[in-house]
Design a protein around this ligand. Structure first.
Ligand code: ATP
Ligand code: MG
Length: 322
């Protein structure tokens, strides 16, 4: 059974511009996504796209931090998009999120042990004091901190250690899925590498799966078996990571061309132009004004996200036709 399934999810926000003017922002538009998270479909999924493409909004919908304006969310076959919070206990434990701003999500007045004890009290109320303590020590070690760090406060940790503490808080309740929204950005390259290896390690040891939201394609290739590409609030392509080089959407190909690589004399090429304003998408394919391969139909008709082959979907009029 699919672990998590979003069906035609949409989210809009009304924002005010000046005194009288209100504007509707379409942050996520008609997104259908199955997270099976098995070996075949890919245990770890990367979500990529330029700034403002709707990745964080989609993550908030998938984790039921926000309710969708339209569409449904199914958790292990059960529709949960409007369920009250008290019926979401299992879902809340199984789906954990780590945000970019890990430090800000850690209560500065609580030492590490209290930060880690809280989720245990919530989801494992039968644990004795000793069991909680042992589990905290164990998880601190697993994320590369030490039991002596128990008494330290968030500000006494370095940036990298704070992320580790946030990871510890997420994995301590044995989640099935950990969503990392830019959880490694803003760190230097070697720290990012260490955290990615930590993700892999925890994934293997505890069967944790990841939804990795990232601007960093190499990080996504390293950790994920499946890549979902968003543009202007929509999924434009969804394919196995090892088939990225055979991607069919010109936007995905543009992202790949802008990816820095170490080997050879490759120099990254950046896609000119800006993504459209989320309050005024162009008619037709939202990517067409920037698309080097556009044809006449692209300005008129919105392409559907269609199945190209097994585990490969793309929303482009040209996809599958070349
Ligand atoms: N709470 C909100 N209220 C109003 N507009 C919002 C809200 N959250 C997101 N948006 C808008 O929705 C669009 C998508 O934003 P979102 O944060 O999901 O993008 P993103 O892909 O995560 O970008 P980034 O890579 O910069 O994190 C943007 O235009 C953003 O300004
Ligand atoms: Mg974001």
């Amino acid at each position: 059974m699919t672990f998590l399934r979003g069906e035609r999810l949409a989210k809009s926000y009304i924002i005010s511009r000046g005194w009288w003017q209100k504007e509707e922002i379409q942050a996520v538009h008609d997104v259908s996504l199955d997270l099976d998270l098995d070996i075949e479909a890919g245990k770890n999924v990367g979500l990529v796209g330029e700034s403002g493409s709707g990745k964080s909004t989609l993550v908030r919908l998938l984790s039921r931090l926000e309710r969708p304006s339209r569409g449904c969310l199914h958790y292990r076959g059960k529709e949960i998009s409007t369920l009250p919070e008290k019926q979401l206990t299992s879902f809340r434990r199984q789906v954990q999120i780590i945000f970019q701003d890990a430090a800000a999500s850690l209560n500065p007045r609580h030492p590490a042990e209290k930060i880690l004890a809280e989720p245990l009290r919530n989801y494992f109320p039968a644990f004795s004091r000793k069991e909680r303590r042992d589990k905290i020590d164990q998880v601190l070690q697993q994320v590369g901190l030490s039991p002596e760090d128990r008494k330290r406060y968030p500000h006494e940790f370095s940036g990298g250690q704070q992320r580790r503490l946030a990871i510890a808080r997420a994995v301590i309740v044995n989640p099935f899925l950990v969503i990392c929204d830019e959880a490694t950005s803003g760190l230097d390259v070697s720290l990012q590498g260490q955290l990615l290896n930590l993700f892999l390690d925890l994934g293997e040891k505890f069967g944790v799966h990841y939804l990795l939201v990232s601007h960093d394609l190499p990080a996504v290739r390293y950790l994920c078996q499946r890549v979902v590409v968003m543009y202007a609030g929509r999924i434009v392509e969804d394919l196995p990571a090892n088939r990225l080089d055979a991607s069919l959407h010109p936007y995905t190909r543009a992202l790949l061309k802008s990816e820095p690589r170490l080997e050879g004399s490759f120099s990254p090429q950046f896609l000119p132009g800006e993504p459209p304003d989320s309050s005024a998408y162009p008619a037709g394919c939202p990517f067409h004004p920037r698309c080097p391969e556009r044809i006449e139909i692209c300005a008129r008709e919105q392409p559907f996200l269609k199945e190209i082959s097994a585990r490969h979907r793309a929303a482009c009029h040209l996809a599958g036709k070349q």
